[in-house]
Design a protein around this ligand. Structure first.
Ligand code: AMP
Ligand code: ZN
Ligand code: FE
Ligand code: FE
Length: 274
């Protein structure tokens, strides 16, 4: 049965509500999904409730944004306790950091001659995990750029002029946070970060999996990460990184799925841990 373990809702930078995500997933014939919003667990309860109504398994998840000097690294967490007090305290700090960061991005854009209003950004994000895609939407609305690609390449990418770093969280710290909250830490889209040399250090911190299957990966990239997962005895996961139908990518829920056998292994690891 097909599954998708990497999905965003409007609790971060996706455009669909958690309920809509679950409805679309069920209609597309998925049997298991994981909601993995950026730096928040707020969408899990509504997704879980909708899932239980529609007979769809919803695995609680998160995608932590971290960076080191070389790259942005995203760490997925599965089956974590969404009420863990330490987790919630750190997420509250991260969320405040995301709000402060929007002001800094807007200031940098101003310095580049592009004026946008922070309130327009928050009107889109609803102050839930505001980030660069919300800024990109305002830039598009105002005609400052034509599309997401241009918004990122001209202004918002890691090395572009309006880039502002996130709340400082190291990849190893995110791995440890997921573990402490009872979750399974997985390196998200490793080919995007292109930091394979970091994997041993992440494993030492508690990493348990690699997101080997990812929408847009080439066959040789998948093969490469399959081999690394085998070499390091890591779980293999995968997902679409769906952000909604209106998110600048031609991807619908159900277009990209992974085999249930991989979910079974993840589930077993979770059951063994408890
Ligand atoms: P932030 O949370 O502010 O760091 O924004 C990160 C999110 O922006 C990613 O998860 C993607 O959804 C999106 N993103 C990053 N780079 C690009 C890009 N080049 N084009 C479109 N979206 C991007
Ligand atoms: Zn995103
Ligand atoms: Fe990501
Ligand atoms: Fe993502």
């Amino acid at each position: 049965m097909p599954a998708d373990l990497h999905i965003h809702s409007n609790f971060s930078d996706g455009t669909d509500s958690p309920e809509e995500v679950v409805k679309l997933a069920a209609a597309a014939g998925l049997t298991t999904i994981a909601l993995t919003d950026h730096d928040t667990v707020g969408g899990i309860d509504p997704a879980w409730e909708a899932g239980s109504r529609l007979g769809l398994e919803v695995i609680p998840g998160i995608e932590f944004t971290t960076e080191n000097p070389r790259a942005e690294i995203h760490i997925l967490g599965y089956f974590l306790d969404r009420q863990d007090p330490e987790l919630l305290a750190i997420l509250a700090n991260i969320q405040q950091g995301r709000i402060d960061r929007i002001y800094k991005i807007v200031e940098k854009l101003q310095g580049l001659g592009v004026t946008i209003d922070t309130e327009d950004v928050f009107a889109i994000s609803g102050r839930r995990s505001p980030g660069r895609p919300h800024v990109a939407r305002v830039l598009i609305q105002q005609g400052a750029v034509a599309n997401f690609r241009e918004a990122f390449s001209r202004y918002l990418d890691f090395r572009a002029p309006a880039y502002v770093p996130h709340y400082r969280l190291l990849p190893t710290e995110a791995v440890q946070l997921v573990k402490k909250a009872g979750g399974i830490p997985v390196f998200a889209h490793p080919a995007v970060s292109n930091c394979d040399d970091l994997i041993p250090e992440l494993i030492a911190a508690g990493l348990r999996g690699l997101e080997v299957y990812y929408f847009g990966y080439y066959a040789d990239q998948i093969q490469h990460y399959l081999e690394l997962a085998r070499k390091y005895d890591l779980l293999v996961t995968g997902g679409s990184d769906y952000h909604g139908c209106d998110a600048g990518r031609d991807l619908k829920l159900g277009d990209f799925t992974i085999a249930d056998e991989l979910v079974e292994k993840l589930r077993n690891e979770h059951l063994r841990g408890n």
